[in-house]
Design a binder for this molecule. Structure first.
Ligand code: ATP
Ligand code: MG
Length: 702
């Protein structure tokens, strides 16, 4: 029959098929190892539901772990179902979906529709300011700002408001700041990451009708990377488990896919095993029932060698559900192991190996090669080496594009123009570029606005003295004129044109030009490029939507581009955490030394979690795997000897090909080049050419 003939099903094995076609009153958990096709099952299931079970896109709620994965999934589904309109389907990360929910129900959440999402950087500056204020009143504070931000986020992740926490001697100061912080965010119409989820869950709990509505609407809930769902996210899902159907309680249809061996967010409250048990319990599923729990055992991603190595490593863990993975891809290449003298040598060797590989396999795009490391800071050596080697790259994570100072300032203009009540944006730009507005004036504005209980921007417009001062008047005019121009419907401006217009009018570009800050100008140019790309991708010029999309883009690349197009010309670099769910032809795992990977930052290493990370890293490789370590590393400028990672010895010797001094493919560099050591890491110049700057110029001329 037609349902079972579907081409879609030809690409699946019997177990996968079973999961995809299972009936609509059956919930399932697909629990299986890396590369066994869990994500493929999830995608196919959605297609199958739409195609054969007459399910409507608006009935689907599907969660992925990254925005990149969500975009990819949407793309695949629309390829398989051309012509089907998917906008009504809720597909995204937990944060993205919570954002969508809160934009719709902002009134109930006591927010305006254009509420702003802030990142940890913003959180930090808010908390710093609060500490300063509080210090004037009390002098007993000892907590570091960062520790307070972590505390706040942790409380929220656990579902706790400041009022839920009993204050004691130890948390007293944190508690005071948390309370103030909560109040401040409310007043400012801002929402941090944890708040998105917490608020959504609370609202669904509080507003019974809302819960009933969504539980009835989303009859199909699908979750990828289920092992890393936090308790709070799980609580949210639970609110949608049952729907009320003609006075009968009916269970919605859930599908979760995950791998306990890839649980790598325990530190953020994801409790894999508990989650799975909880899930089974609330859905009345049984662990032993093979209709309820589907296990996939064939790995389609990696060669036998890669898989054997992964299996051997993870076998050292005790708390596992246990599984058997096998692959048909035989005769894999052995894993190359390289010992470098130091991190620079390691990076140079890897770059040479890439060069050589690229030479021998010109048909494999560079984007199929990835360098993975344990921490973002490790990327610097590779940037330098790739730059020297003339290889283009893309870095995920690290200092995010949107956290750069010039980008923050630029976006603050956009934010204030979009929402005059955004006091943080106001503070950032009122005297930037310099307008000779001094500290005394700023203090006057703060206290005046505080007294009048109005925003800073509206205060300067109504204060009888201030509003007459030329420099203040100019600023008011600037903001209002930009606003007018942007809203002008007759001559509509594209998003990036609006931005460019504002950057020019505000004097921001001029200021950077004067100081010849080329890199900042290039970044502004990149920002315009990224906005243009955004408009095309999402088919909108809506600033609010832009701001929330970028705020939620956790895979944030270094040039602000949303990564959707296959960038076939670039090596991919990211932390192991960032590589979850992805796959590459050739994978390099670098920096395999004790205390770095497994990491031991705070003296307490969760070795099993680190080992799961190593398992994730190894299983990203399809064909080739290269692992490396160095005998020494610099630590705060000091050379230190290192021990190679215990994970290397957990891989059976027979799978390794030792690439030591005697049979090095390349000569080690005789004399170290004198690299400029960058303290921060603004080095993204690898792919910035004058061209981008030219774009701005061309845009202007158009
Ligand atoms: P991870 O645990 O890393 O997230 P996964 O279980 O989600 O992995 P997928 O990414 O869905 O695995 O699949 C791994 C690779 O195997 C993909 O390239 C996918 O297209 C391919 N694949 C999955 N199932 C099949 C199949 N039945 N036949 C051929 N290829 C398959
Ligand atoms: Mg997957």
């Amino acid at each position: 029959n037609e349902m079972h003939d579907d081409k879609l099903l030809h690409d699946l094995n019997p177990e996968q098929k079973r999961a995809v076609i299972c009936s609509t009153n059956q919930s399932t958990l697909v629990l299986s190892g890396a590369g066994s096709g869990k994500t493929r099952v999830l995608t196919s299931r959605i297609v199958y539901l739409l195609k054969h079970f007459n399910v409507k896109p608006y009935q689907i709620f599907a969660v992925t772990f990254t925005n990149k994965a969500a975009l990819e999934m949407r793309h695949r589904i629309s390829q398989m179902l051309p012509g089907v309109q998917l906008n009504d389907m809720w597909l995204g990360t937990f944060h993205g979906l919570a954002n969508r929910f809160l934009r719709i129900h902002h009134k109930m959440a006591d927010l305006t529709s254009d509420f702003l999402i802030i990142d940890t950087d913003d959180q930090l500056s808010i908390v710093k300011r609060m500490i300063k204020d509080e210090m004037n009143a009390n002098n007993f504070y000892t907590d570091k700002p960062k520790a307070i931000v972590n505390y706040i986020n942790k409380c929220k992740d656990e579902g706790k408001r400041s009022t839920d926490i009993i204050s004691n001697k130890e948390n007293k100061f944190k508690q005071i700041i948390y309370t103030k912080y909560e109040k401040y965010l409310r007043e400012e119409n801002k929402v941090d990451f944890a708040e998105l989820i917490l608020l959504t869950k609370e609202l669904m709990e509080k507003e019974i009708d809302l819960r009933i509505h969504y539980a009835k609407k989303f009859q199909f809930v699908l979750v990828d990377e289920f092992q890393d769902t936090s308790t709070l996210q799980m609580d949210w899902l639970k609110l949608m488990m049952d729907r009320d159907d003609e006075n009968k309680i009916v269970r919605n249809c859930f599908m979760a896919v995950g791998d306990d061996d890839q649980s790598i967010y325990a530190f953020r409250g994801a409790q894999c095993i508990n989650n799975i048990d909880e899930y089974l319990k609330v859905l009345y599923l049984e662990r032993e029932n093979t209709d309820h729990i589907i296990k996939l055992e064939q790995n389609y991603r990696s060669t036998n060698i890669v898989l054997e190595a992964a299996n051997a490593v993870i076998d050292h863990n005790h708390s596992r559900l246990g599984k058997n993975l096998w692959t048909d891809i035989k005769n894999g290449e052995k894993i190359a192991l390289f010992q470098a003298s130091d991190a620079t040598d390691e990076a140079e060797h890897i770059v040479k190996t890439i060069h050589d590989f690229n030479h021998r396999h010109p048909n494999i795009p560079l984007s199929q090669i990835a360098i993975l490391y344990r921490t973002n800071a490790q990327s610097r050596e590779f940037e330098q080496a790739l730059l020297n080697g003339g290889i283009k790259y893309r870095i995920y994570g690290g200092i995010k594009f949107y956290q750069r100072s010039e980008i923050k300032s630029a976006l603050s203009y956009l934010r204030l123009i979009q929402n005059e009540n955004d006091n943080d944006a106001f503070r950032r730009i009122i005297n930037f570029p310099a307008r000779a507005i001094g500290k005394a004036t700023l203090e006057k504005i703060e206290s005046g606005a505080n007294e009048k209980r109005c925003s800073l921007f509206s205060y300067i417009q109504c204060d009888p003295v201030l509003s007459k001062q030329k420099k203040i008047l100019d600023f008011i005019k600037l903001i209002n004129e930009c606003k007018q121009r942007i809203l002008e419907k007759d001559v509509p401006m594209e998003l990036y044109e609006q931005a460019l217009y504002i950057f020019e009018q505000s004097g921001l570009m001029e200021a950077y030009k004067k100081k010849q800050e080329v890199e900042r100008l290039q970044n502004l140019s990149e920002l315009c490029n990224a906005m243009k790309q955004f408009s095309q991708l999402y088919n909108t010029n809506d600033l609010t939507q832009y701001l929330s999309t970028i705020a939620l883009d956790t895979t944030n690349t270094q040039d602000g581009k949303l990564d959707t197009t296959d960038e076939i010309e670039r090596i991919q670099m990211m932390t192991v955490h960032g590589a979850k769910g992805l796959e590459f032809h050739y994978v390099f795992i670098a920096g395999l030394v004790q205390n770095l990977f497994p990491s031991n930052f705070f003296g307490n290493c969760d070795i099993e979690e680190e080992r799961r990370l190593m398992y994730v890293a190894i299983t990203r490789a399809k064909r080739y795997l290269h692992i490396s370590y160095s005998e020494t590393r610099s630590n705060y400028g000091q050379q230190e000897t290192c021990q190679r990672s215990q994970f290397i010895s957990e891989i059976p010797k027979g799978l390794l090909f030792e690439n030591n001094e005697n049979n090095r493919i390349y000569e080690p560099p005789k004399k170290k080049m004198n690299f400029i050591k960058h303290m921060a890491m603004p080095v993204q110049t690898g792919f910035i050419t004058g061209k981008n700057l030219m774009n701005v110029v061309q845009l202007k001329e158009k």
